[in-house]
Design a protein around this ligand. Structure first.
Ligand code: PLP
Length: 389
């Protein structure tokens, strides 16, 4: 039997324009779209490796590092997380993971798959760890690695990082940080905060398409990789191969895999926009838009899930669903009437909050005002929504 031609491919692709105000991906600037239309190059052609080198410079800037191994995993944020685990962990290594939302849970799941001995510091969703709590846990568990998530997009919490690296050095621990939902939206200094491994995603504040996960390993982290007693269990995510393909080890580049050429062009363009704006301006744009959102939501009588403003990441705001309101009807109202995405909760916040993203290209006062206007309208219509949607 022959499989017939699919009927659905006979009509043009249907991709509506939506305003993505959830926790990512976000809309992309035209410049980034246009970069993706540049001609295809071979993944080892000198013009392409030049673009990769420019991406590395942009990443060193956004990570605030002079580490040599700064590159991308071809995959989304999860691939960055998996690369962190598979390169840093050997069987029975103790990893301490702060768990205050879904990303700590995912990290623990991945670490267990690498046969690590996973220890948790559990915090209620929305809360973060203090330096004292981290130090007591380091003393209790004596881990090889501490893993933290800077911006917990399932709860909206921002984990403070200053001082954690120094604690980790004091206790001989490597510090790995997930910045998928926060990098570019809040200050981050890999070198001065003594962070050993960091990764992020391309589709959040950076405003490029999902597909590449920027990642950096400093010398301490690379030393751990070099002195492993067991091989890295993933070929594709092996940082020594990735570092070679990205020209980070001073050796001739070898074929490891075919890099996602058009996505790397897009990332190059998005990073050049970050650099033109400057990190300080980018951080303050996120903070001022978030303040505008918080006041607008409170003026509507809504309560933010995280009471302490210092514990909120400006990139993802979580709002408690008022008693008796059907959260899904509200998100549907946003989408069906205005083609605007806002999201419900995830993991421990599912059914409890809405999540509004303010990231990169979409983080402008006009979008904040639009979301507030629709929210007001949706809530005013809620009894109607309840019966009709
Ligand atoms: C904090 C955090 N880590 C990891 C991820 C996973 O990223 P991806 O969906 O790009 O694989 C996300 C995605 O939202 C995230 O917010």
């Amino acid at each position: 039997m022959e499989v017939p031609k699919p009927k659905c491919l006979e009509h043009p692709i249907n991709v509506p324009t939506k305003l993505l105000m959830g926790p990512g991906p976000v809309n992309m600037p035209l410049r980034v779209h246009n970069a993706m239309m540049k001609p295809m190059l071979g993944h080892l052609h000198p013009e392409f490796t030049q673009v990769m080198d420019e991406v590395k410079e942009g990443l060193k800037y956004i990570f605030q590092t002079t580490a040599e191994v700064v590159c991308c995993v071809s995959g989304t944020g999860h691939a960055g997380m998996e690369a962190t685990m598979c390169n840093l962990l050997e069987p029975n290594d103790v990893i301490l993971i702060a768990q205050n939302g879904i990303w700590g849970e995912r990290a623990a799941d991945m670490a267990r798959r690498h046969d690590a001995d996973v220890r948790l510091i559990k915090k209620p969703p929305g809360d973060v760890c203090s330096l004292n709590e981290l130090e007591s846990a380091l003393l209790k568990h004596r881990p090889a690695v501490l893993f933290l998530v800077q911006g917990e997009s399932s709860t909206g919490a921002l984990q403070p990082l200053e001082g954690v690296g120094a604690l980790c050095r004091k206790h001989g621990v490597l510090l790995a940080v997930d910045t998928v939902a926060s990098l570019g939206g809040v200050p981050f200094f890999m070198d001065s905060w003594e962070i050993d491994v960091v990764y992020t995603g391309s589709q959040k504040v950076i405003s490029a398409p999902p597909s590449v996960a920027p990642i950096a390993f400093n010398d301490r982290a690379m030393e751990k990789v070099r002195t492993r007693k067991t091989p890295i269990r993933s070929f594709y995510l092996d940082i020594t191969w990735l570092a070679n393909y990205w020209g980070c080890d001073g050796l001739p580049r070898k074929y490891h895999h075919t890099g996602p050429v058009s996505s790397v062009y897009a990332l190059r363009e998005a990073l050049s926009m970050v650099s033109e704006e400057g990190l300080h301006a980018l951080w303050s744009r996120h903070s001022s838009c978030a303040q505008r959102l918080y006041s607008g939501l409170e003026a509507l009588g809504l309560r933010l899930f995280i009471a302490d403003p210092a514990k909120r990441t400006p990139t993802v705001t979580t709002i408690c669903i008022p008693e008796g309101v059907d959260w899904m009807k509200v998100t549907k109202y946003f989408m069906s009437k205005y083609q605007v995405e806002v999201s419900g909760g995830l993991g421990p916040t599912a059914g409890k909050v809405w999540r509004i993203g303010l990231m990169g290209y979409n983080c402008i006062p006009e979008n904040v005002d639009k979301v507030l206007k629709i929210m007001k309208e949706a809530l005013a219509n809620e009894p109607l929504l309840k019966s009709n949607l």
